[in-house]
Design a protein around this ligand. Structure first.
Ligand code: GRF
Length: 189
């Protein structure tokens, strides 16, 4: 008998290419996880469409995401037996209150080689600093922004004639490959 797949929740705010990559991988027969819930703080986030198409339950949270709402969401996710929460372009900071419910169970993907370039506009800053490499990092989420324990980093070369668009595209391609692989490893560890 095949082993039951681990339930995963993904938090998004927009485009959702990483969500899509996670879902596509989850549909493979030998994949050890399934995306059980997608949470967004934006009701028009493009990523929601793909989730709905794949019949995944979605939920919109409010911009304020106050304590009572956090508690209710945590309850829902605990009841769904969520093994990991993946942040994928989620533009809100989770409060320590929420993080406490899921210690070492929330991971994030960030478009830089952390600890360099925490926060926004990472590619722009890497280009301006004339870095030779950029890339992406998957890390556990802690109270401080983009600062939790690093799980893995993937380097991406920056070329002399690079533009913001080109670099972003190249890094995003690696992100989309890396996130499902890392999640599968975490689930099986
Ligand atoms: C990605 O670059 C991710 O690293 C960052 O936000 C972006 C989200 O892209 N945290 P997408 O919505 O997954 O396409």
């Amino acid at each position: 008998m095949s082993k039951e797949k681990a339930n995963i929740a993904v938090f998004i705010s927009g485009r959702g290419t990483n969500l899509r990559a996670l879902i596509l991988r989850s549909r493979k027969k030998n994949c050890n996880y399934k995306i059980a819930h997608v949470i967004s703080n934006k009701k028009n986030a493009a990523g929601l469409k793909f989730a709905k198409k794949n019949k995944i339950t979605t939920k919109i949270i409010s911009q304020s995401f106050l304590k009572i709402e956090q508690k209710n969401l945590a309850k829902i996710l605990i009841n769904k037996n969520i093994k990991f929460i993946c942040l994928a372009g989620f533009m809100k900071i989770l409060s320590p209150y929420f993080l406490n419910f899921f210690k070492n169970k929330i991971i994030n993907i960030h478009p830089s080689l952390l600890p360099k370039y925490k926060g926004l506009n990472t590619h722009q800053r890497a280009l301006k600093a004339k870095e030779k490499f950029s890339g992406c990092t998957i890390h556990f989420v802690s109270k401080e922004l983009d600062s939790g324990k690093i799980i893995v980093k993937k380097k991406v070369r920056i070329f002399k004639n690079d533009t913001l668009r080109k670099l972003e595209k190249r890094v995003l391609k690696e992100e989309n490959k890396l996130y499902p692989l890392v999640l599968e490893k975490l689930v099986s560890s």
